[in-house]
Ligand binder design. Sequence first.
Ligand SMILES: [Zn+2]
Length: 446
Amino acid sequence: MKHRLPLGLGLVLAAATAHSAAGQARPYPSGDVRETYARLLKQIETIPMYDNHAHPGFADDTDVDAMASPPDESATLRLREDNPEFVAAAKALFGYPYNDFQPEHAKWLADKTKVAEQAGGVAYFDSILDKLNVDICLANRAMMAPYLDPKRFHWVFFGDAFFFPFDNSQQRATTPDMGVYVPLQEKMLGRWKKQEGVEGLPADLAGYEDFVRRTMADNQQKHGGVAIKFEAAYFRSLDFSDPPREHAEAIYNKYRAGGVPAEGEYRQFQDYIFRVMVNQAGKLRLPMHFHTCVGIGDYFSLHNGNVLNLENVVRDQRYKNVTFVLIHGGWPYEREAALMTAVKNVYLDTSFQSEMLYPSQFKEVLKQLLTLYPDKMMYGSDAFPFNDALGAEESFWLAARTTRTGLAAALAELVDEGAITESKALELARNYLHDNAARLYGDLKK
Ligand SMILES: [Zn+2]
């Protein structure tokens, strides 16, 4: 591979090397990396965070997500309710007086949340952000809640329901999980129709396309939506073809009034509608968020959800004006995702990884990501209410702590290995934790 350094940079580099005792980066840290870690962590604690992806809300609020957990799903070790870190979270946030979640103890926590919920108002969730030094949080929810402060929580609405206008009985039957997901998509489509005053299905494809475009524009312009999110990886492959309109039109006309589309027909229709949404997102300057990561439920297809399936879309020159955000950073294909952010209009966040991976594991991820395209990487929590006692609050805490400590550790190693200076490390931290996202959504204060 041949790379040209920008003119003049070679000289600057030579000068820097001459001044520095460090010289070439080394495979092992010199000095005491734990001291560097402690110093960096202290500074990193003071940087406010911009959370690119979360599901804030109370446990009994069904709008926290457009989907629900499938029955009897397997949970990874750290996200099980007996993880002692959740006790630490409850102590740090609320002064929880117990050391476990025995039912009679957990009730203390559930009661406390209930009091906050009944009190109403936006102060409660604002206070959670304040405790964790989070500035703004994107709320990926079916609809927004009156108890979330619109100044701090910005809405990311869902686009997947538009994929399911026909008879979905075959879709529902594919896996037990789809039996849970698809009816929720039908419900969401019903809510969009009600919002836009659409009865049944429009008479022709043009009418359906108009309904889709109008919903997107209204969600952005009238309801404060800052991005559109796709959890399509839960339902189908992220590989979207580009079928001609007349194929989609024939399928629409055939199934608008009833009948079960064959799998291939349904997929082709979805691929077409997806392209309609990409074009509209470009016109509206509305970033598109994609779930790109392993998903919950035992039937989630790693193959379908692989971020590389999206490569034909995000590297498509026609979509240069569309911002794509790879939510959860593609994990376990996080390197593939990170390399896709070389495209100027592609970003990623590390939500969910920051909850599921322990700090030592997450440190390795960040060390890799921040040395690729650090101006494209963003913090995210994927905070979500687990149950009445363990809420989005503890989940916010876990992601924030993992991120601040994992980040300080990754940067400490890079500093002590001679790869970057300490001031460069803090610049990378500020961009990753806050400024990259704030810049992307127009919230960077001058
Ligand atoms: Zn999420």
